[in-house]
Write a protein of this length. Structure first.
Lengths: 173, 292
């Protein structure tokens, strides 16, 4: 980016950090580990941090990690959040695939389209969680899934902003 | 899979194709694991236990910090208006003392009656005492993380209670921490009865922190607001007469109740052995003639 070189206050020779390629995956794992927070509630309205960060990275960049990393990242998320093992593996891999296919079709992207895409993905995530809970006869009425869905969609921009800051930091911009 | 056309490079094209295959493989593996974990959850007991051991102590440590901070604030709050609080507590204390004497008399009478009936008293033993340090705050299921695990003797299937009431039962256990399915989880069905008149009811979680209670027999709605629901001991997992919930709202075929042991407020959770392990073992063996 030659224009970036002209911005004042920029140190010469500043490049990507060491391990810059692993930073995105590391932040997703850290977000999955947020389930260890001592939040004890009986509502379940908190967003699925791991998934939100995962799609934030993928929407920001086409290649935050090799595509097949989605499976191990999902496995880690399943283990720490207590979802049935395999749920996030399949969903996250499918998300990578779906977004790659969408990338081929779309001619242009802006914040609104990204937000709508994210909203659709979050809705799919919530609907599947609900569906899985129904398999073991543990699903609440679907109306109960609406508040966490709305909350997740509303906080997505915060995650996207956070990811863009991390991205700038890891690339030394 | 960065771009649609990687150019003329054969290597780049193959790389794209193989990463595509890898993602498909990821989806398939995920689906297989998902089906496995739904059909045979015990397959993943070990690995889930290890994950619990990683997060459990972290959650426990963070819990101590938040508890201390909260304690400072509520502690400061207690000094506010201390004089009138003190007077009120004294009044309550006097009333309690009277009730306690009555209760002691009833207890002795009860002992005598039981002795004449020669009822075999179940010994309530405690396996472990832990704290609730986390919960499934981003899922439609209602789980909590307990700070005791297999090293304390906790095993999958044990009932968990607190001094206030029933909490749930263990579904995953690591060496240092375990996961509890709360009574407010949709999949947790507890045989119970009304404390007021002993009518048998079924308590099932609603997934939002409340509990659905329904009478076993169809007929008039037996519930009143404020009714206490206690376990009946049927099924052999939960010990009888543990308070579960208080009825807060009546609906057409039952009532909605609020658990007495709020996992976010209870200070300790007690893990107990299954009440009648023999009954549970017998239940797990499929029998042709099952009692209705």
């Amino acid at each position: 980016m030659p224009r970036a070189a002209l911005t004042p206050g920029r140190r010469i020779g500043q490049g990507p950090r060491a391990f810059a390629a692993y930073v995105p995956a590391a932040t997703v794992i850290a977000a999955s580990l947020l389930s260890a927070l001592p939040i004890v509630t009986t509502s379940g309205w908190y967003p699925n941090f791991g998934f939100l960060l995962f799609i934030s990275w993928r929407l920001l960049r086409a290649d935050p990690w090799p595509a097949w990393w989605a499976a191990p990242l999902g496995f880690i998320n399943d283990l720490f959040t207590g979802f049935p093992v395999g749920f996030s593996i399949a969903l996250w891999s499918a998300t990578m695939l779906a977004l790659d296919l969408i990338d081929r079709r779309t001619q242009w992207r802006d914040y609104w389209i990204e937000w709508v895409l994210a909203a659709v993905l979050i809705a799919i995530d919530q609907a599947l969680q609900w569906r899985i809970a129904r398999v073991v006869d543990a699903a609440p009425p679907f109306t109960q899934m609406v508040p966490p869905l709305v909350i997740s969609i509303c906080v997505f921009p915060a995650f996207a902003w956070f990811v863009s800051r991390i991205d700038a930091w890891r690339l030394g911009r | 899979m960065a771009t649609a056309r990687p150019g003329w490079s054969r290597r780049a094209q193959y790389g794209l194709f193989f990463s595509f295959l890898a993602v498909i493989a990821g989806i398939i593996v995920g689906l297989i694991l998902l089906v496995l974990s739904l059909v045979a959850p015990q397959q993943f007991e070990r690995v889930r236990g290890v994950a619990l051991d990683v997060t459990g102590p972290v959650a426990g440590g963070l819990h101590e910090v938040t508890a201390t901070v909260e304690g400072v604030f509520t502690g400061a709050g207690n000094y506010w208006d201390a004089a009138s609080q003190n007077a009120e507590l004294k009044r309550e204390n006097n009333a309690m003392l009277q009730r306690m004497v009555e209760a002691k008399a009833i207890f002795q009478e009860n002992q005598q009656l039981k002795a004449t009936l020669q009822l075999r008293e179940h010994e309530r033993s405690t396996i472990a005492v832990g704290r609730v340090v986390g919960s499934s705050f981003n899922s439609p299921r209602r789980f909590a993380i307990l700070s005791v695990g297999e090293s304390d003797g906790v095993r999958v299937g044990m009932p968990v209670r607190s001094p206030e009431g029933l909490v749930g039962r263990i579904i995953d256990s690591g060496a240092l921490a375990s996961r509890v399915m709360l009574v407010s989880d949709r999949a947790n069905i507890v045989p119970a009865r009304l404390l007021r008149n002993g009518i048998p009811v079924i308590a099932q979680g609603r997934g939002d922190g409340t509990i659905d209670v329904r009478p076993l027999e169809v007929g008039r709605n037996p519930f009143k607001r404020g009714d206490i629901i206690v376990t009946s001991g049927t099924g052999g997992l939960y010990p009888p007469l543990v308070p579960i919930a208080r009825v807060v709202k009546l609906v057409d075929d039952g009532a909605v109740a609020l658990p007495l042991a709020d996992p976010s407020k209870i200070s300790f959770a007690i893990v107990e052995p299954p009440f009648e392990p023999a009954a549970i073992a017998a239940e797990n063996v499929p029998s042709p003639a099952e009692a209705p």
